[in-house]
Ligand binder design. Structure first.
Ligand SMILES: [Zn+2]
Length: 273
């Protein structure tokens, strides 16, 4: 088993990974407030942990995750007013994505996955990939762009998850899904005694610039975090890993991983910590 973290691999190992069909899965997130109970890096920790779990099943390498993302919008992330939320301009994000996917293509990888978790990044990530393609730097390379694994959930899965009814992914910020997943995957980072529900005073169907205070919940939590549980997080984690593995097998015919029991199976020390 190679990697999966590219930053701990050597160049001959990357060369070997290219030759045996490993697929880079690049997590992209943000440094953004996630309420009083979750860390600023939640949007990058979650796709990274899902990718690491998937790397136990299929041959994946994980390039250093992008820990910064586009600005937070009030109605889907609480806005830019919280200390610690540290963001890129759209053009910067486009440029970083364009350069990194181009570089991965230059190494010889013929298939890439960009695994974005932060909703506001969406079109900038797409544009970065497309600019690389238009510049001829992805010739012969197939790219899968994923905007949060939640998009893969079926109605019956949503009904199980949201017992009180599903009200939209935009308000699932620092709420049920992210809190449950963090409780399952990185419980030591959750301030469990500070989990609370919140919402913006009003939640219209349009955005306003500048953002009025009525659009920003005081805690930064956009809906129900108290419905989160470690059990839900465990099941969500398994579902997300299965969906990612299935997508890679379907589109890329990604080889299965043969985990060496002596290997730590992806639990090597992470720079993200
Ligand atoms: Zn988030």
């Amino acid at each position: 088993m190679l990697g999966p973290m590219m930053e701990t691999m050597t160049w001959p190992e990357v060369k070997q990974a290219v030759s045996v069909g490993y697929v880079p899965v690049w997590p992209i997130g943000a440094t953004e407030q996630h309420g009083p109970h979750l860390p600023l890096g939640t949007d990058v920790i979650l796709p990274l942990e899902v990718a690491r779990a998937a790397a136990r099943e299929i041959k994946i390498v994980i390039p250093p995750p992008l820990k910064f993302g586009f600005k937070s919008k009030a109605l889907s992330g609480g806005g830019q007013g919280f200390p610690g939320t540290t963001s890129l301009d759209g053009e910067t994000l486009i440029g970083v994505v364009r350069d990194i996917v181009s570089e991965l293509g230059r190494h010889g990888f013929r298939q890439l996955v960009v695994l974005n978790w932060h909703m506001e990044n969406r079109n900038f990530v797409w544009e970065g990939i497309d600019q690389a393609r238009l510049r001829g730097r992805l010739d012969g390379v197939k790219v899968m762009s994923i905007d949060g694994l939640t998009g893969a959930f079926r109605q019956d899965e949503l009904a199980w998850l949201f017992e009180e009814g599903f009200r939209g992914w935009d308000i699932e910020h620092a709420a049920l899904v992210e809190t449950s997943l963090m409780l399952a995957m990185r419980p030591e980072l959750v301030r469990a005694d500070r989990i609370a529900d919140d919402a913006s005073e009003v939640h219209p169907w349009y955005d306003l610039i500048p953002e009025p205070p009525s659009h920003v919940p005081p805690s930064g939590v956009l809906s129900r975090a108290s419905a989160a549980s470690r059990e839900k997080g465990e099941r969500l984690r398994l579902m997300m890993v299965a969906k990612l593995v299935d997508a890679l097998r379907t589109e890329f015919n990604t080889p299965n991983q043969t985990v060496d029991p002596a290997h730590d199976g992806g639990r090597a020390p992470l720079v993200v910590d």
